[in-house]
Design a protein around this ligand. Structure first.
Ligand code: ARG
Length: 283
């Protein structure tokens, strides 16, 4: 029987305190995030996720760490029967304290927690994305390239045969891989596997690597990438996506057979994230 999809979320309200730095290009208005609207989005996304048949788990929110809302960065979930996670270790001091709360939650919920060596920066599911047995790893702004080998070693020690493919990010606005790169699995009947990605975000080598992949590709315009169009959550043939893309939602819906549900993510964007960032697939 197919495992049920489990999604972790964090019921935060994205209130950045005085002194919280601008840690990505989108955060100029971080001190004026509307708490009411964030909670509205949060409830809306929860409703859609459960409507599409996934189970929701919640990690308690810690007020001093508003970016816990973006729980995708908690760690990298490993595939397989065993529940295992490579714990994140954040670049910015603003987020470093989140780690202990993630560790606690994972341990209490039956995960084996894998640590990378002290000092290795890694921001979890925002930077590393699985497609079959390949792990795409976006580096450059948060994790540096040398995190790649630490991840390879951790996967090897975990007995996982995986191919780790580094992709260099080249545009500060797309600082985590999940802002510009999203492979989706089709059901093989009405939908096919497709990789949604924004070329603007990558360097030449990364673009060559992507071009050589044997998967259909949708190239996303800079404009749609800036709405965080790539940062959607797919559950089966259903996609929850930021409202406002010019072409992407239309394409996925009308040419590729997915059902796209758009949510107004404007308030969340002030933190520099969108739907995918505020969820973490844990099954
Ligand atoms: N303010 C957060 C940061 O800069 C946003 C994280 C978005 N998460 C993501 N997976 N892209 O770290």
């Amino acid at each position: 029987m197919k495992k049920r999809t489990e999604i972790l979320m964090c019921p935060g309200d994205l209130q950045y305190p005085e002194g919280y730095g601008k840690i990505n290009e989108w955060m100029d208005e971080r001190h004026s995030v509307g708490s009411f609207m964030v909670k509205w989005v949060y409830r809306k996304v929860i409703k859609l996720v459960s409507f599409f048949g996934a189970d929701i788990k919640l990690i308690p929110f810690q007020k001093e760490y508003p970016d816990m809302f973006f729980v995708r960065n908690a760690g990298l979930i490993l595939p397989g029967e065993k529940r295992r996670v490579i714990l994140s270790s954040f670049k910015h001091k603003e987020r470093q304290g989140e780690r202990d709360f993630y560790r606690k939650w994972f341990e209490e919920n039956g995960f084996e927690v894998i640590d990378l060596p002290v000092g290795v920066i890694f921001e979890g599911g925002g930077e590393a994305i699985w497609y079959k047995n390949t792990l795409f790893f976006g580096h450059g702004f948060r994790a540096p390239i040398n995190t790649t080998n630490h991840i390879r070693y951790a996967l090897y020690k975990a007995n996982l045969e995986a191919n780790v493919v580094p992709l260099k990010l080249n545009d500060e606005r797309f600082y985590h891989l999940d802002t510009a790169f999203m492979p989706i699995y089709g059901d093989g009947e009405t939908t096919e596997d497709v990789l949604v990605y924004a070329p603007i975000a990558f360097d030449i080598e990364a673009l060559k690597t992507i071009a050589a992949l044997s998967i259909k590709r949708i190239e996303v315009s800079e404009e749609d990438a800036c709405v965080f169009g790539c940062n959607f959550l797919a559950i089966g043939n259903n996609i929850i996506m930021a409202k406002g893309t010019k072409n992407l939602a239309y394409k996925l819906q009308n040419f590729y057979g997915f059902n796209v549900y758009e949510v107004d993510m404007a308030e969340i964007k002030k933190g520099g994230g969108s739907v995918y960032c505020m969820t973490l697939n844990i099954s």
